[in-house]
Design a protein around this ligand. Structure first.
Ligand SMILES: Cc1ncc(COP(=O)(O)O)c(C=O)c1O
Length: 406
C-alpha cells in the first residue's frame, strides 16, 4: 500500500483498525465523503468515477434527486412501523414487483442473503405444507448466495462456510454449466435448484441457455422449485428488469436486493402463487423488512428507471461498452475475454495484473472491482453515458499499455 499522506484519512483508518471487527481487513485507502451522479468524492476532495456502483447497488448513481426527495419525504412522514400494521409504500411496492414478476407474491427483507434465506425456507415450507417434506437443495459450484449460515452453505465455495460448521444440511453442489451433472443431481427428493444466471462474485460467468433450460426441465420433471438469485443481475443490470427475461424463463422464486432501493437496504423474494403457499401466518417475519422508508425509496427507483427508460438504455450501453472493450482487446492484446450482459461486465486479462490495474485506475480517478488475479469487474450506475465509457476506455487503454511496456 502506498504511503497515506492525508491526516484525516490516516485517522479514520487508525480508528477503523482499532475498533472495526477485522472482517474486511485493510480496505482500499479511500474514505468516501459524498457522491454526485456517477461520481464519488473522498474526504480529501478527490473525485472518482464509480465503475463498481457499490457492487451493483447504486443503479441511480449518487444523490439522485428523485431518490433523495422520496427518502426525505418518507422520513418526514414515518420511517418505520412494525409489520403488525399495513403501510402504503409496502403494499404498492409488493404490487409493483408482483406484477413485474407476473402474478407474484412478495416478502421483503433487508439484504440479499436474507432474501435468499426466505427463498430457501419458502421452498422447504412448500413441500412441508404439502405433507411431502423435501430437504435437498441443488446449487452450483462457484456460486455466491450470501453470508448467513444457510446462504453461505448454499454458496458453492467452501471458503465461505467451512470455518462456521456445523452447517445446515441438505445442500448439494454441481459444476456450473454442466447439464449432465445438474440432471443427475435433481431427483424427486429435491426441494429446489438455486442458481445465479450470471455468477457475479466468482468472475462474471453467464449460464448457458442449455444449462438454464435443463434446470427448468429438471424442476418440471421432479416438482422441485427453481430459485433464481437475481440479487446482482436484477433491477435492470443486464438490460432487462430480470435476467430471467433474457433467458426467457419464469422461475418459481426470484430474489432481488442490491439496486432495488438504490442503496437503502432492502431484499425481496418473489414467488409464484403456488410456491407462496409455503408460508402461512407466523412462519416467517422481519422487523425492518418492507418498512416504509425502504419501500418508498424502491418505488422512486422503479419510477425513475421506468421514466428514463434506463433498463433499455442499459442494454444499449452494455453493447457499446463491449464494443469499446473489444477494441481495447485488439489494441493492447491484454484482454482474453469479455463476459456478462448489459452493465454487468467481467474483463479477463491475459496476465495476472488485475490488482495493479485496479490500483492504477484508482490513481486515475476510477473505482473498479476485481476478481482474483486476472478479472476486472465493472458494475457502473445505470445512469452512465457513452461519453463516460469513452473516457474510461482511454484511461484503461493507457493503463494496459503501460503494463505491457513494463
Ligand atoms: C448473487 C448474490 N446473491 C446474494 C448476495 C448477498 O447479498 P447481501 O450482501 O445483500 O446479503 C450477493 C452479494 O454480493 C450476490 O451477488
Amino acid at each position: 500500500m502506498n504511503e497515506i499522506n492525508d491526516p484525516k484519512l490516516q485517522s479514520i483508518i487508525a480508528t477503523d483498525d482499532a475498533y472495526y471487527l477485522q472482517a474486511f481487513g485493510h480496505r482500499t485507502p479511500l474514505c468516501v465523503d459524498y457522491g454526485q451522479g456517477v461520481y464519488l468524492f473522498d474526504t480529501a476532495g478527490k473525485r472518482y468515477f464509480d465503475m463498481i456502483g457499490g457492487i451493483a447497488v447504486n443503479v441511480l448513481g449518487h444523490a439522485h434527486p428523485a431518490l433523495t426527495q422520496a427518502i426525505a419525504l418518507q422520513a418526514g412522514k414515518v420511517i418505520h412501523c412494525s409489520n403488525y400494521f399495513y403501510n402504503e409504500p409496502q403494499a404498492r411496492l409488493a404490487q409493483r414487483l408482483g406484477d413485474l414478476f407476473g402474478e407474484g407474491r412478495v416478502f421483503f427483507n433487508n439484504s440479499g442473503a436474507e432474501a435468499n434465506e426466505t427463498a430457501i425456507k419458502l421452498a422447504r415450507g412448500y413441500f412441508f405444507k404439502k405433507g411431502q417434506p423435501r430437504a435437498k437443495i441443488v446449487t452450483a459450484l462457484q456460486s455466491f448466495h450470501g453470508r448467513t449460515l444457510a446462504t453461505a452453505t448454499a454458496t458453492g465455495q467452501t471458503k465461505y462456510s467451512a470455518p462456521f460448521a456445523p452447517l445446515p444440511e441438505g445442500f448439494v453442489y454441481v459444476p456450473y454449466n454442466d447439464v449432465a451433472a445438474l440432471e443427475a443431481a435433481v431427483d424427486d427428493q429435491t426441494c429446489a435448484v438455486m442458481l445465479e444466471l450470471i455468477q457475479g462474485e466468482s468472475g462474471v460467468h453467464p449460464a448457458t441457455l442449455a444449462y438454464v433450460d435443463a434446470a427448468v426441465a429438471a424442476c418440471f420433471r421432479t416438482g422441485a422449485r427453481l430459485i433464481i438469485d437475481e440479487i446482482q443481475t436484477g433491477v435492470g443490470r443486464t438490460g432487462k428488469f430480470l435476467a430471467s427475461q433474457l433467458y426467457g424463463i419464469k422461475p418459481h422464486i426470484v430474489t432481488l436486493a442490491k439496486g432495488l432501493a438504490g442503496g437503502v437496504p432492502i431484499g425481496v423474494a418473489i414467488a409464484d402463487q403456488e410456491t407462496a403457499t409455503g408460508f402461512t401466518p407466523g412462519d416467517h417475519g422481519s422487523t425492518f423488512g418492507g418498512n416504509p422508508l425502504a419501500c418508498a425509496a424502491s418505488l422512486a427507483v422503479l419510477d425513475t428507471l421506468e421514466q428514463g427508460h434506463l433498463v433499455q438504455k442499459a442494454a444499449g450501453l452494455g453493447d457499446y461498452f463491449r464494443e469499446v472493450l473489444t477494441a481495447i482487446a485488439e489494441q493492447t492484446g491484454l484482454i482474453k475475454q469479455i463476459r456478462g450482459a448489459g452493465l454487468m461486465l467481467g474483463v479477463e486479462l491475459t496476465l495476472p495484473i488485475a490488482a495493479d490495474v485496479k490500483h492504477r485506475c484508482l490513481e486515475q480517478g476510477y473505482l473498479i472491482g476485481i476478481v482474483g488475479t486476472h478479472t476486472l469487474r465493472l458494475l457502473p450506475p445505470l445512469i452512465i453515458e457513452r461519453d463516460h465509457i469513452d473516457a474510461f476506455a482511454t484511461t484503461l487503454t493507457a493503463i494496459l499499455q503501460e503494463a505491457t511496456a513494463q
